[in-house]
Design a protein around this ligand. Structure first.
Ligand code: DAH
Length: 346
């Protein structure tokens, strides 16, 4: 019993000595004297064999438990000293330094442009819809008054989706424009309709500075009992001013799109040179920004709308083109090259 008490006394003396240690050198000294080969614990363990037999077991157990406590306490102390040491060293935290700037994520310039354009039309009473990028030939062409063998199909070089031999389905394609949504929306609802449809389109196209095989369009459609060409002009004029500046002029010229009659393209006077002629407007003073027209009676018939009862206008524009003009970007391939030096400018 006496030996056990003595051991416990030594252990607690060693622990309180350990507690007071403040330097790595003193800690090492303590370790050698206490846990080392010739240290206190070793001599206690050695002395056990000379004890009376009935005391040995208890004394051995007290010595071993004490050793474990001392080893644990040593480990903790060692960690504390190390932590203090690094906080005192030269590379310690300087809370007076300004923080490192973090680079936040951003919306892609095309998404930003879609939102900017959409908000103009939303404020004019249009709703936003989206549609499938993989489309039936029926919606992409037939219902837009572009019959099977009509040469107008060549206006859109199409990427066809390979036919599954097992399903005898209609031909599928990647939509070449957002116009198929005109037919889908009219089929699913009745007038009045005022809707815009932003989305990706695909074309079988060799890429260069102004052509990409993937592009983004915004389609627009308004159908009602008494819509006229003046509504088309007023709506698109307001759009042009809000996106390209209040003092913009617009010009409409006849153009051909199978799903509208009359069909037009709309240009704005060059916002860079105000019509004098520069590289942005190819020295013409005018920049073409979209196609539009009055919905063709055949398109109405295809969705069971009475062309004598309803009129409508439609338009479609390329979002990349609008962004290129607005920000003076000279190569469409920049948009999807994922170069952060380009993207982070917007
Ligand atoms: N879908 C046409 C294209 O991709 C653009 C277009 C022209 C859409 C006239 C229209 C429109 O709705 O009325 O070239």
């Amino acid at each position: 019993m006496k030996a056990t008490n003595e051991t416990e006394k030594i252990i607690s003396e060693q622990l309180s000595a350990l507690n007071k240690i403040g330097t790595a050198e003193n800690l090492e000294e303590w370790r050698v004297n206490t846990l080392g080969r010739q240290g206190v614990i070793t001599s206690i363990l050695k002395s056990i064999s000379s004890l009376p037999a009935e005391e040995r077991k208890a004394a051995g157990s007290a010595a071993n438990q004490g050793k474990i406590r001392l080893q644990d306490a040593f480990g903790i102390k060692q960690k504390q000293l190390l932590a203090n040491d690094s906080s005192n060293s030269n590379d310690s935290l300087d809370i007076s330094l300004p923080g490192r700037p973090t680079t936040g994520g951003k919306l892609h310039i095309i998404t930003q442009t879609i939102r900017e354009i959409s908000s103009v039309f939303v404020s004019l009473g249009f709703q936003i819809e989206e549609g499938p990028e993989v489309e039936w030939g029926k919606y992409n062409f037939d219902m837009l008054n572009i019959p099977q063998d009509h040469p107008a199909r060549d206006m859109w070089d199409t990427l066809w989706v390979e036919k599954d031999e097992h399903t005898n389905s209609e031909p599928l394609l990647l939509r070449t424009h957002t116009s198929p949504m005109q037919a889908r929306i009219m089929e699913a609802s009745s007038p009045p309709i005022r809707v815009i449809i932003p989305g990706k389109c695909y074309r079988y196209e060799a890429t260069d500075a102004t052509h990409e095989w993937q592009l983004t369009q915004i389609e627009g459609l308004a159908v009602d009992a008494d819509i006229s060409f003046a509504d088309l002009k007023g709506t698109l004029y307001e759009f042009a001013k809000r996106i390209f500046g209040r003092d913009r002029q617009v010009r409409f010229r006849c153009d051909y799109f199978p799903f509208v009659e009359p069909g037009v393209d709309m240009s704005i006077d060059c916002f860079k040179c105000s019509g004098k002629g520069c590289s942005i407007c190819s020295h013409t003073g005018w920049i073409e920004i979209l196609g539009a027209g009055m919905v063709h009676p055949n398109v109405f018939k295809g969705v069971n709308y009475d062309p004598d009862k309803y009129k409508g206008f439609a338009f479609g524009m390329g979002v990349e083109r609008i962004a290129m003009l607005k920000y003076e970007i000279d190569d469409i391939r920049n948009f999807y090259a994922n170069d952060l030096r380009f993207l982070s400018q917007f």
